[in-house]
Design a protein around this ligand. Structure first.
Ligand code: FE
Ligand code: FE
Length: 167
């Protein structure tokens, strides 16, 4: 693809995020299924529903701007998910796996936070005000999820993982 303009770069960012979100809609149920902590499972399930909303927001932006989601594949998200699923195949205690999954999920959230921050700023600069607002809404949800995962890690999951090792 040719990135001949700032507008084309904006579209590329949107298509990359779209592919990333679509991959997560498939990956999150698997993570929820593997989670032993009830709170962690709940967090993954809640974020799955939010993630479907993120896809819908991007669909809305493509529609409003008369753009296409295209067939671009986000290789970074593919790699993050692959690393996460490799971890799930390890022979590990449930509490250790939960801690590992939080680490993997936060890598995903941070990637999304970077992508949405970039796309939101591009939308603002290009005068796509409603797109910028939709991207900001998703950015806020990704940040909230990241914080929730940190809280879960430090209050419960990492503590249980450490206790498991000391048994
Ligand atoms: Fe997302
Ligand atoms: Fe997310």
């Amino acid at each position: 693809m040719k990135l001949e303009s700032f507008e084309a770069l904006f579209l590329h960012e949107l298509q990359d995020l779209y592919s990333a979100e679509k991959q997560l809609v498939t990956a999150l149920p698997k993570m929820a299924k593997k989670a032993s902590s009830e709170e962690l499972r709940q967090a993954f399930e809640t974020h799955l529903e939010q993630t479907k909303g993120h896809v819908d927001r991007l669909d809305q932006i493509f529609k409003d701007l008369d753009l296409s989601a295209g067939r671009h594949k986000c290789k970074a998200m593919e790699g993050l998910i692959e690393e996460g699923s490799d971890l799930l195949k390890e022979d590990a205690e449930p509490a250790i796996l939960d801690a590992a999954m939080i680490g993997a999920a936060q890598r995903v959230e941070h990637y999304e936070i970077a992508g949405y921050g970039t796309a939101r700023t591009f939308a603002e600069m290009l005068g796509h005000t409603s797109a910028a607002e939709l991207l900001q809404q998703t950015l806020d949800e990704e940040k909230e999820t990241d914080q929730l995962l940190t809280e879960l890690a430090v209050t419960t999951v990492n503590v249980e993982a450490q206790n498991e090792s000391e048994l």
